[in-house]
Design a protein around this ligand. Sequence first.
Ligand SMILES: NC(=O)c1ccc[n+]([C@@H]2O[C@H](COP(=O)([O-])OP(=O)(O)OC[C@H]3O[C@@H](n4cnc5c(N)ncnc54)[C@H](O)[C@@H]3O)[C@@H](O)[C@H]2O)c1
Length: 437
Amino acid sequence: MAKIGMFGAGYVGLVTGACFADLGHEVVIRDILPERIEMLRRGEVPIYEPGLDAVLERNHDRLRFTLDVAEAVDGAEFLYVAVGTPPTESGDADLTAVWAVVDELPLDIPGRPVVVMKSTVPVGTGSHVRARLDARGLSNVGYVSNPEFLAEGTAVTDFTTPDRIVIGAFDAEDGDRVVELHEGIDGEVLCTDVHSAELVKLAANAFLSTRISFINEIANVCELVGADVVDVARGVGLDHRLGPHFLRAGIGFGGSCFPKDVSALKQLAGNEGYPFMLLHAVWEVNELQKRRVVQKLQKHLGSLRGRRIALLGLAFKPNTDDMREAPSRVIAYRLIAEGAEVAAWDPVARPTDLAGVDICDSVLETVRGVDAAVIVTEWPELASFASSEIRDAMANPLVVDGRNLLDPEKTQAAGFTYEGIGRPRHASPVQPPEPVA
Ligand SMILES: NC(=O)c1ccc[n+]([C@@H]2O[C@H](COP(=O)([O-])OP(=O)(O)OC[C@H]3O[C@@H](n4cnc5c(N)ncnc54)[C@H](O)[C@@H]3O)[C@@H](O)[C@H]2O)c1
């Protein structure tokens, strides 16, 4: 069994570290946030990720948490980098945290530990890190790119049953050691060079984002020509060459990965002089898709000034508390800019930075007296939204189903005005708005 130093105790570092411990390895997880490390030492989990608490709990003998670099490096055969790489003002990836880890490594590390890059980084980063390690006299330290494909909400099972494990190495022996470390995990292994491994990650996220923007554009066409995108997507996805995944129309993608990785790949290509036109379109479609919610509300309500709107679901997707780049942020601030009051609910996310948004504790409290409700995140709790209790609580029973979660006919039969995404055949006729008092 190996000793692993894990840099970063976020969604990737914590899940990966805990799951490696579950395979029997000894893992020391290092972060720079004292409150995060203290929570973990107390047995508390600082993020919401289903199943993670149980993995941490049953492996606490093999897991340590520290603020100290030396403790994470001491005796480690693998030094995993799982720090954040958010976008900079220019849309490129911000590698400040990655460089901090590389530069924090002590100069006297014995043996041949391997730095393993889990963070999503631009192509070429591995070569730059290799050069920096060499320049610091750490030529004995290996480097392997091992991009992460887990999805928040299913991160633990994604680790144990991955579609693939991608390993890009400068030195084949270093790559083989990282392959061996994954023994016990059933997933296809792709061994390649560092540049290709780096690009697999960016290309995969860009392609998933492209599918989402594609089906959202199809939904927008459906609204013009009277087709139902749910049936269209099903018919398209039944083609074995295409498959059904990521063909669900809605109000656009968000989260800590897709937006930044689309941007990072677009900028990476641009920096090399290549305009990646398709990704420009993917990005623009996604920005407009979030704003279409406001137009749908205006179609039914006219001016939104003085209207109260409920946003149901705030996290960028269900089963996570992650609010990074969540579409709810854009929708909330567009509504406030239009003069609306915004009430919001999420079963897990409790954002403290949504100024002007009234965060409520239950769906019922959120919809009380509102002129419309918007389903922003398809939390399972919202599947039973179309009840008489909810309808009676709303001042006006208009629901904009931003994730096509509800059954349009049943929702209308329950007395709601229904507006989905790309489902014109089910849309309720627009009622003339009541004058605002
Ligand atoms: N979240 C995902 O679903 C996901 C999936 C695949 C890949 N990724 C990639 O993995 C990387 C990490 O993402 P995340 O969502 O876990 O980020 P995160 O923000 O949740 O966690 C990053 C952690 O790194 C810590 N950190 C910063 N500097 C450090 C340092 N010098 N030493 C140790 N720790 C330090 C931060 O305090 C934070 O706790 C990113 O590059 C991301 O693009 C994320």
